[in-house]
Design a protein around this ligand. Structure first.
Ligand code: CTP
Length: 396
């Protein structure tokens, strides 16, 4: 979020998922935002304004004709000092109003009279979402520059299953926080590798490592937040990909190499976070290997170093490597950066980083060494992306 607390106007319209807006409000407040809530009359049928007032710490507005609001010009004043208007839930009816420019209640009037960006989180029955009128309104809103968050698919309050569920509060809070972040990589094309690879021994067994993919996914997320167009080539992980990435799944080091080769030509920045297997089984068995009482020898052969292959291309993108070292971190990191011809390398202690939630990166570039204080991987990734953007811009 920006240095001064972001000022958000949170609008609620009528829908069962209005209860999720209470949690969203709490998360935004906890992240340091100043939140002012405006509810439509229909929203107050689903959740009490007192709840939203208690959570936001500010009076809740709802009536266009309430003369007590800011010198009786509430329909304009309430959004004047805001960085953002977020309407969650946004009903089909409300989307239609905004698409047409109607202003027959306080919230729609504030949207029409705003100077700040508008984010809508649709929530409705799947047939309402699929209706041609809603599709038309959606297209109009997008072309007017309104940002649409979601909706998700799944069980609906009406008992049906389909698209139209409002995104979960945590997801919405993450999107809002991302929206407010400085766009230091606006429209830059970034290719990221993440996760482990899996090298087959036979149809059911293989060699892999303990990488969870969290750091790579966090880098992809941080690059997206910074405005980049992100392609994420990922080994097998249990993670949900960041919303908005182009996801390319890969299993083996060879798959990952081919996926990177297919996408690298258009990339301006390449960040190799994946823990790629350095060796694979020379001849994987097509049949399941049966147990015996003799020792079993597997012959391993080196895989291609994907990062090195990319950094030695004639028109190589700006390449960033990772190094996970168990000892002599600084010496190995510097040596790796030189050997792979990298403008930037992020190093961490393998036994502390692999599979963990937190991390502490040390960045090595032409200017020396820069330590990022220990913290959640997403914060480490955001600091790394800021560093990448500064070096990339200085080069360009
Ligand atoms: N890397 C890669 N392809 C490989 C191996 C590694 O792209 N086949 C990338 C990783 O994504 C990481 C960097 O290279 O960005 C460092 O990988 P690492 O395995 O730690 O370095 P190595 O040079 O293989 O040295 P060692 O394993 O001996 O530490």
């Amino acid at each position: 979020m920006p240095a001064s607390p972001p000022r958000i106007l949170l609008g609620l319209t009528g829908g069962v998922s209005a209860y999720k807006a209470a949690e969203l409000c709490r998360l935004l407040i906890r992240s340091g935002a100043d939140v002012r809530v405006v509810m439509t009359e229909a929203a107050t049928r689903f959740i009490g304004p007192v709840t939203m007032q208690a959570l936001s710490g500010q009076p809740v507005a709802g009536d266009l004709w309430d003369r007590s609001i800011d010198n009786a010009m509430g329909h304009i004043e309430l959004s004047r000092d805001r960085d953002l208007i977020v309407v969650a839930p946004a009903s089909a009816d409300f989307m239609a109003k905004v698409a047409l420019g109607l202003a027959d209640d306080l919230l729609s009037t504030l949207c029409l009279a705003r100077e700040c960006p508008l984010l809508l989180a649709p929530a409705m029955n799947r047939q309402m979402w699929e209706n041609v009128a809603t599709r038309r309104n959606l297209a109009q809103l997008r072309s007017d520059g309104v940002t649409i968050l979601g909706p998700a698919s799944g069980d609906q309050a009406c008992g049906e299953v389909g698209e139209g569920r409002m995104l979960e509060p945590e997801t919405l809070a993450a999107h809002i926080s991302a929206f407010l972040r400085p766009k230091v990589l606006q429209d830059v094309r970034v290719l990221v590798t993440a996760g482990p690879t899996f090298e087959a021994i036979d149809p059911v067994r293989g060699i892999t490592n303990r990488s969870s993919g969290r750091m790579g996914y966090a880098v992809a997320q941080a690059a997206l937040e910074a405005g980049a167009q992100v392609t994420l080539v990922t080994g097998p992980t249990a993670l949900t990909p960041p919303f908005g990435v182009q996801l390319i799944p890969a299993v083996s080091a060879q798959d990952m190499l081919e996926a990177v080769q297919a996408h690298v030509a258009s990339a301006q920045i390449f960040v190799a976070v994946a823990a790629v297997a350095d060796y694979r089984v020379r001849q994987a068995s097509v049949r399941k290997i049966k147990k015996g009482d003799q020792p079993l020898t597997l012959e391993l052969e080196p895989t291609v170093d994907i990062l090195q292959a990319v950094s030695s291309r004639p028109a190589a993108p700006f390449c960033v490597g990772f190094a996970a070292e168990s000892h002599d971190l600084e010496r190995y990191a510097k040596e790796k950066r030189a050997r792979k011809h990298l403008p930037l390398l992020a190093a961490n202690v393998a036994q502390e980083a692999i599979g963990a939630e937190d991390n502490a990166l040390i960045l090595f570039d032409d200017n020396g060494r820069h330590a990022i204080p220990r913290g959640p991987k997403i914060e480490q990734a955001r600091a790394l992306v800021r560093h990448i953007a500064a070096l990339y811009r200085a080069r360009a």
